[in-house]
Ligand binder design. Sequence first.
Ligand SMILES: O=C(O)[C@@H](O)[C@@H](O)[C@H](O)[C@H](O)CO
Ligand SMILES: [Mg+2]
Length: 401
Amino acid sequence: MKITGASVIVTCPGRNFVTLKIVTDQGLYGIGDATLNGRELAVASYLSDHVIPCLIGRDAHQIEDIWQYLYRGAYWRRGPVTMSAIAAVDTALWDIKAKAAGLPLYQLLGGRSREGVMVYGHANGADIAETVDRVGAYLEMGYKAVRAQSGIPGLDGVYGIGKGKSYEPATKGLPQETIWSTEAYLDFAPKLFDALRTKYGFAPHLLHDVHHRLTPIEAARLGKSLEPFRLFWMEDPTPAENQEAFRLIRQHTVTPLAVGEVFNTIWDCKSLIEEQLIDYIRTTVVHAGGITHLRRIADLAALYQVRTGSHGATDLSPVCMGAALHFDLWVPNFGVQEYMAHADETDAVFPHSYRFEDGFMHPGETPGHGVDIDEKLAARFPYQPAYLPVARLRDGTMWNW
Ligand SMILES: O=C(O)[C@@H](O)[C@@H](O)[C@H](O)[C@H](O)CO
Ligand SMILES: [Mg+2]
């Protein structure tokens, strides 16, 4: 089956998304997510200018060979732009292969390993009282796991706090500037989880995202102070590029650690996994080279009892979500999947077969990954420049957002 064409679709139904569509001489097509929040057009150009010309005429069934061709063949390996582009090709090719087989994608990976995919919701509020209520709303919807993020008195624009119930960090125009104070946060966070456990007990899984803001010793202190509240995980405690930092954190706390949403390859998490410095690996389909590469990361992780907990924020398109759910249904060492529901316009542009039911997601039985794109509708939402925020300390020093 020959690849006869490919195109990049950039659309902004509520937020920006980049989608690759690959078509074949047999009338089958596949799509893959290539969205890199705040840097979308770099991946779109990488695909249009440098990848698509190399795809035409290749056998769409040779997923592994095409992956290796794009990874090794670039000479310049890894990095979020390259790996998101490779991921889009890989996802589209798995979609085509599964459609050709007439099977939902999870069947090609090895079949289902569980009944459904446990997801966690992202609850956020302006203060502790509101966050406690929002967690309650998720529990009422049937969620078994909820990540809780709360505004901190005196700090504007803390990570994870939206204007309404949903959370969308990117804003139109230039990056929004926010202020960060580690001191205020470290005192505040345990109070939030104390309030949550007091109200809801220990049955629900509670998670928390630190979003790379602490130093290793501060992260160790936070992990220790959260131990009485038995979190499912503490996410991204320190900037993730320094794998050694986790040795120090690990010496001090038994709060489980999750990391990896910003990782692109197995090399970013090799030491973290092999030294058993983390409990959950959060790499995802779109930013870590597609299903072909994510499977390698998961297999390495399985050797060390590290489980998966893939990133699933709103900037990962429904195409990524669909592919991730097939992966999750199969992967033996599954932990949990993040799920932030998309805006209605996004769902309309990307019709999909996945669904939420009582705390679990189901990818559906449609052949392929079960997500499509309505190109006519997509064209009605042109790209709008948008950026993630940046953070500074009170004295103006640049920090990690
Ligand atoms: O865990 C998460 O969902 C995140 O940390 C994201 O909200 C992250 O900030 C965005 O995906 C960035 O694009
Ligand atoms: Mg995160």
